[in-house]
Design a binder for this molecule. Structure first.
Ligand SMILES: [Zn+2]
Ligand SMILES: [Zn+2]
Length: 158
């Protein structure tokens, strides 16, 4: 699949590349990406000005929505074809005090899309169902993608 990849720890090392499409495990769903925002943090990573850890190469993009293409066999409550927006906490430990109190966005082991896990400037992304939110019929993909359509939004950390 085509993807926007940051491929080195230097300024400007971002390009469209062919990357393998993600393969989901039984606890994940596969999202066909419909819209993805460009966050201020993406600009920092483009210029190698980020203050957080990233993997190289990494597919950028963490503010996105799309359509469920495939549902893992252990996942209940979601169906192929549903339109969803996706939170940024791609992976968390599920065991620390933050995870156990519902504040998994603060998990010290959190791996975010587009910096430590391949992100959504791509055709497909694997996601855990806990971070999916259905988008109502009357909300477009562009509107449903955080930071995608509303340029007045404040930027936030990656
Ligand atoms: Zn962001
Ligand atoms: Zn945790």
């Amino acid at each position: 699949m085509k993807a926007v990849v940051k491929y080195d720890h230097q300024d400007n090392c971002v390009e469209v590349r062919d990357m393998p499409a993600p393969v989901i495990n039984p606890d994940q769903v596969l999202i066909q990406v419909a819209a993805v925002g460009v966050c201020g943090s993406d600009i920092h990573m483009w210029h190698e000005h980020q203050s957080w850890k990233i993997k190289i190469p990494v597919i950028l993009g963490h503010e996105f929505c799309g359509t469920i293409a495939e549902v893992g066999r252990n996942v209940h409550g979601f169906q192929p074809g549903e339109r969803v927006a996706v939170e940024t906490a791609a992976s968390v430990c599920n065991e620390c005090v933050f995870c156990r109190s519902g504040n998994y966005n603060l998990c010290p082991s959190r791996l975010g899309y587009g910096n430590l896990i391949d992100g959504a400037m791509a055709e497909y992304v694997a996601a855990r169902p806990q971070i999916l939110h259905r988008i109502p019929e009357n909300v477009s993909f562009e509107q449903g993608c955080p930071g995608g359509a509303d340029l007045r939004r404040q930027s936030h950390g990656a």
